[in-house]
Design a protein around this ligand. Structure first.
Ligand SMILES: Nc1ncnc2c1ncn2[C@@H]1O[C@H](COP(=O)(O)OP(=O)(O)OP(=O)(O)O)[C@@H](O)[C@H]1O
Ligand SMILES: [Mg+2]
Length: 361
């Protein structure tokens, strides 16, 4: 059974701004669920309604099968971690972590035991007597996570907890949160606008856009089978051409862009012949072949605009030749071994991709 169910939840501010619109979403016990989306898409509002800091305008939220709209935040059995560290500056690390237990009138000895266990979990036992000011940003967030876990809640909510940290530290803490989720087995709901963070952490991702969920599914499903152009553009890199659908057969379709024809997968029924649509293909799915001997579909010529060395791979920027029609440059990712010696900026190359690797969206 699901631990949480949002049932037709909407939230508007002052009757004007609709922050969340008719949300339907279930979260399973033990799951790592991420709300991913651009700024202003309703992620925080949704999380705050779950935590009890915001009231839904309509709809209901079930927690373990019971409606919780009327429960104040402190009666909801949820740990919360915010973006800013929100630790009490005048208290030590141990006192900060003990706070939720003090509020719950837990006994002295039990508090001591649980605080040590929680600090152990985030590997900060040796800093128990420091004050927040004496810790790095990453350490402060680990204290906040320990504080959210210390009373053994069923659910932990995290709103962009890593966004103030630099890239290396952020990636290190992502792995730490992944490990904690696995070890503790607690249900986590995590908010981010960083798609790679969402991919790293989540069992399932809900992609938010303008107060609605565009797609809900495991990371690999969102990447390999995006529901629409918004999701394809938001998760992973994505090359695109716009055109007109000229033929449809079941789960494949043909798109005409300029004087070129492209074949790709299509969600059955999404477009009819004559519809305006776009073709999306991932950079790693585009092959670059200067002397083609085979004749795959979706083959075209392109002009090389730039060659960027990224260490572990090359990014080749090309402008596809659509016979007059304009398109933004495409990016192709190549392993160093795949990069032809003769590739030069200003040169012409043949590029191609399999229809199964492209989507008409
Ligand atoms: N207290 C408020 N009063 C009026 N409008 C609000 C309020 N809080 C949020 N909004 C609006 O609701 C919408 C959703 O906001 P929300 O904070 O949920 O977005 P978000 O997805 O968390 O964005 P971000 O990534 O920037 O944190 C936005 O248009 C925002 O301006
Ligand atoms: Mg937010």
């Amino acid at each position: 059974m699901s631990l949480i169910a949002f049932d037709h939840i909407s939230k508007s501010y002052g009757g004007k701004v609709t922050a969340v619109a008719d949300l339907q979403l279930s979260i399973d016990a033990g799951e790592f669920m991420t709300f991913l989306g651009p700024s202003g898409s309703g992620k925080t509002t949704t999380l705050m309604m779950l935590a009890g800091f915001e009231k839904p305008t309509s709809g209901s939220i079930l927690y373990d099968g019971r409606p919780i709209e009327k429960l104040p935040p402190w009666e909801r059995d949820m740990g919360v971690v915010f973006q800013s560290y929100s630790l009490f500056p005048h208290m030590t690390v141990a006192q900060n972590v003990a706070f939720p237990l003090e509020m719950r009138k837990t006994g002295r000895e039990e508090i001591r035991r649980r605080v040590s266990a929680a600090l152990d979990k985030v590997r900060l036992f040796h800093h128990a007597d420091r004050r927040p000011m004496q810790l790095s940003g990453g350490e402060q967030q680990r204290v906040a996570i320990a504080r959210a876990l210390v009373f053994d809640p069923k659910l932990v909510l995290l709103d962009e907890p890593l966004s103030a940290l630099d890239k290396n530290l952020r990636e290190e803490l992502q792995l730490e949160i992944r490990r904690l989720h696995r070890e503790v087995g607690v249900t986590m709901v995590f908010v981010t606008h960083d798609q790679s963070e969402a991919m790293t952490l989540s069992d399932r991702i809900a992609v938010f856009n303008r107060g609605r969920i565009e797609q809900l599914g495991p990371p690999e499903q969102l990447y390999d089978s995006p529901a629409n152009a918004f999701v394809a553009g938001f998760i992973g890199d994505n090359n695109r051409v716009s055109g007109t659908v000229v033929s449809v057969d079941g789960a494949e379709a043909t798109l005409k862009a300029g004087d070129r024809m492209f074949r790709g997968r299509m969600h059955p029924g999404q477009f009819a012949v004559g519809a305006e649509a776009g073709l999306s293909v991932r950079p790693e799915a585009v092959r670059l072949d200067q002397s083609p001997t085979d004749t795959p579909a979706n083959r075209l010529t392109a002009c090389v605009i730039d060659i960027i060395h990224q260490g572990d791979h090359f990014r080749i920027l090309v402008r596809p030749d659509l016979g007059g029609a304009e398109t933004a440059p495409w990016m192709i990712k190549l392993q160093p071994m795949q990069k032809p010696e003769a590739l030069t900026v200003g040169g012409t190359v043949t590029i191609g991709f399999r229809p199964e690797a492209a989507w008409i969206l």
